[in-house]
Design a protein around this ligand. Structure first.
Ligand code: PLP
Length: 400
């Protein structure tokens, strides 16, 4: 038997560049920390790419999973199960009373469901306008929706009917609307695109545009939802709500689950036979999600996320001022943040942080993204930021 890395090289299709350089594998997690095969401990500011909203192995999530797994792991969507119904109720009541949910297993699948619903809503209308630099998933429709040519180009021909407008540019969206347009879909905070936050003018203007033209407004909150922005749903920051909301990542506390939450007028658009998922609404995943939602959907918890978001923001801002030659800009909302660099050294910095015991995420060569657990202690957040600063300083010193 080879090492894990050998086995992976032989048996797994190589679609991920492992972090860093395929040498690190994780064996255990607790709270804001993970441990690798050598027992080295890391403060986790990568958060499973926005999945670990309650850190690792949160006791409430572990308990919910264990309890449900010992009762019923899977049956099928031909039967009723309680966790699915309770989670649907909690999601709808947190969004818009009167709405309804479709359960899927991932962000891409939640978006697929939203795209299918939008196409079914008004006959003859199929076009969906999305934003440049957006990310909506890797299935063919969500890839086609994704406003980044580098992901789309190798897989042409794409699914027809997507057009891309400039993020935060209302006129650019309005200019693409025509008689075939069904919907507008955006991430209120673009995550994979480098953490770009929607402006209030833009997001309010999109709502007005959709109302005026009879279009569905879809918010993809797969990454920025579930408390990440300091509100349960990111759209609450602008007091503008969409017609369809998609969530995944943080929803299951680490178990795969995605959901399309549809507002009242849209809950009956999809009919039996229109859409389905064998695993969607799985009782264990739904129980886990319900336990996460109970913790996150709490005023005090969210107020604390906002406070810690402020600490993160100020630290990023200070570093931008301290290192004007290296830092182009810092951006974020709540506990999703990014530092954009002037030089293409994000991966080098990520590796140095890992060596120093801090996991961060390089997006391409110029952006470092931070997605710490939402329940991270303030002292842990400060400790991680200190590590980052020390790494950054030694890197900056080595450049002169
Ligand atoms: C905003 C957004 N939408 C959709 C997706 C796709 O989610 P998944 O990888 O669970 O299919 C992602 C993943 O990064 C995302 O950030």
């Amino acid at each position: 038997m080879g090492t894990v890395q050998d086995l992976e090289a032989r048996y797994i299709i190589n679609t991920y560049s492992r972090n860093p350089e395929a040498t690190l594998f994780m064996t255990r997690g607790e709270g804001s920390y993970v441990w690798d095969q050598n027992g080295k401990k890391y403060l986790d500011f990568l958060g499973g790419l926005a999945v670990n909203v309650l850190g690792h192995c949160h006791p409430a999530v572990v308990e919910a999973i264990n309890k449900q797994a010992s009762l019923l792991i899977h049956t099928s969507n031909l039967y009723y199960t309680a966790p699915q119904a309770f989670l649907a109720e909690a999601l709808v009541e947190s969004f818009k009373p009167g709405g309804k949910v479709f359960f899927a297993n991932s962000g891409a699948e939640a978006n697929e469901a939203a795209i299918k619903l939008a196409r079914r809503y008004r006959s003859g209308r199929y076009k969906i306008i999305t934003a440049e630099n957006s990310f909506h998933g890797r299935t063919m429709a969500t890839l086609s929706a994704t406003g980044q040519p580098k992901y789309r180009e190798p897989f042409k021909p794409l699914v027809d009917g997507f057009a891309y407008a400039r993020f935060n540019d209302l006129e650019s969206f309005a200019a693409l609307v025509d008689g075939a347009t069904a919907a507008v879909m955006i991430e209120p905070v673009q995550g994979e695109g480098g953490v770009h936050v929607a402006s209030s003018h833009f997001i309010k203007g999109l709502r007005e545009l959709c109302d005026r033209e009879g279009l569905l407004l879809i918010f993809d909150e797969v990454q920025c939802g579930m408390g990440r922005s300091g509100k349960l749903w990111a759209y609450e920051n602008w007091e503008v709500s969409p017609d369809l909301l998609t969530v995944a990542k943080g929803l299951g506390g680490g178990l795969p689950i995605g959901a399309l939450v549809a507002g009242e007028s849209f809950g009956n658009v999809l009919q039996p036979g229109d859409h389905a998922s064998t695993f969607g609404g799985n009782p264990v995943a739904c129980s886990a999600a319900l336990s996460v939602l109970k913790v996150v959907n709490d005023g005090l918890f969210l107020a604390d996320v906002q406070k810690k978001g402020q600490v993160l923001k100020e630290s990023m801002k200070k570093m931008s001022l301290d290192y004007p030659d290296l830092v182009k800009e810092s951006r974020g909302l709540g506990l999703i943040a990014a530092m954009e660099l002037k030089k293409g050294v994000a991966k080098e910095i990520q590796i140095k942080c890992t060596e120093a015991g801090l996991l961060v995420n390089a997006i391409g060569d110029h952006i470092i993204r931070f997605l710490p657990p939402l329940n991270i202690k303030k002292t842990e957040l400060e400790a991680g930021l200190k590590i980052f600063e020390v790494v950054f300083k030694s890197f900056a010193d080595s450049q002169v």
